[in-house]
Design a binder for this molecule. Structure first.
Ligand SMILES: Cc1cc2nc3c(=O)[nH]c(=O)nc-3n(C[C@H](O)[C@H](O)[C@H](O)COP(=O)(O)OP(=O)(O)OC[C@H]3O[C@@H](n4cnc5c(N)ncnc54)[C@H](O)[C@@H]3O)c2cc1C
Length: 302
């Protein structure tokens, strides 16, 4: 006789949040997380594998994400850091690539502006960025400067009257094949300090080519960027991005989200393993009803 998981009420608990961290959130935050989780289940999970296989980003998802109003949960919307972390984990649990799209646009790009732009620049740029009407990327890594980019930034910025002239190359830049703007970090030839520039991707001399044949995060569109005598008006230099110490202010708050991505991936791994153990029938019973499988289910939270 066929059985279902409901026939085995002793089967392990359904959620990977073993220590009930979600209960540390306020009621409003728990409701918001549930709303986002529901959206991800409806709009992201069903398309995630296909996008991954094709190595393409689902651009039609962007207006839907905009409707969810996810950008800048802490600084703009007043949510807790724990909520922001769990939000990122939840997005990763659905699809690590879509979470990376958000992490780049929100954390690295929007974070650069929130932390390093003048008030006038913020007032001008942030509304469209929060609304995902303008999508951003974060250009720090270079072909010859990775882990050592702090001392190894080779892209240059030269002041020329009321403009800056940018020259160089950036590698691995997420979202950069379709982004409207890229914050580019470049070394000022006058004082040797790394400075930040808001670069409009339609400017002459700017080009971005998709990095093909990735084996991981395939839905994320990473680009090789070339900057050849790109003229950036001084108004588009981030007012408070004047050394690598300033870049570090952005990295400091955004690298936390990478750890939350690891949490999200572990939650997803548990989801998949649990679903398989419950759905898969052998000897007329779900795998999860056998003692050795239950032994792998982790600590009893009770
Ligand atoms: C999917 C993806 C998305 C990315 N998105 C962006 C983005 O949006 N914007 C951006 O600016 N960058 C981005 N990056 C770049 C990323 O930040 C760099 O890959 C990273 O900084 C490492 O640089 P690298 O790849 O040049 O590796 P390398 O610096 O060449 O390092 C190679 C290996 O050497 C090890 N290593 C390096 N230095 C040391 C040391 N001192 N001691 C011991 N081991 C060491 C490293 O751990 C690594 O295993 C992205 C990368 C990937 C893969």
């Amino acid at each position: 006789m066929a059985t279902t998981a409901a026939d085995f009420p002793e089967l392990p608990y359904a959620d990977g949040d073993f220590f009930a961290f979600e209960q540390l959130l306020s009621g409003k935050e728990q409701d918001r997380l549930a709303e986002v989780r529901d959206f991800l289940a409806r709009e992201v999970k069903p398309i995630a594998v296909d996008c991954w296989n094709r190595g393409e980003f689902p651009m039609d998802l962007v207006p839907k994400l905009a409707g969810l109003d996810l950008v800048s949960p802490v600084r703009r919307q007043g949510y807790s850091n724990l909520f922001a972390g769990m939000l990122h984990a939840e997005a990763t649990r659905a699809d690590a690539s879509i979470a990376t799209f958000l992490g780049v646009h929100d954390g690295l790009f929007t974070g650069s502006i929130e932390l390093l732009a003048s008030q006038e620049q913020k007032d001008e740029w942030l509304p469209d960025i929060y609304a995902l009407k303008k999508i951003g990327a974060f250009g720090l890594t270079e072909p010859l400067g990775g882990s050592d980019v702090a001392g190894g930034t080779r892209t240059t910025a030269r002041r020329d009257g009321s403009n800056w002239i940018l020259n160089g190359a950036k590698r691995w830049i997420g979202n950069a094949t379709f982004s409207d703007w890229v914050v580019v970090y470049a070394r000022d030839v006058a004082d040797n300090q790394v400075k930040g520039f808001m670069v409009d991707t339609t400017l002459a001399g700017y080009s971005a080519a998709k990095i093909e044949n990735k084996i991981s995060l395939r839905t994320v569109q990473n680009a090789d960027i070339v900057l050849q005598d790109v003229v950036v008006p001084d108004h588009f230099k981030l007012a408070n991005a004047n050394s690598f110490r300033d870049v570090n202010k952005v990295l400091k708050v955004t690298r936390l989200s990478v750890a939350w991505q690891a949490v999200g991936l572990q939650l997803a791994a548990f989801d998949v393993a649990r679903r398989y153990a419950v759905d898969r029938q052998q000897f007329g019973r779900p795998l999860a009803s056998f003692q050795l499988i239950q032994d792998q289910a982790g600590p009893d939270p009770g």
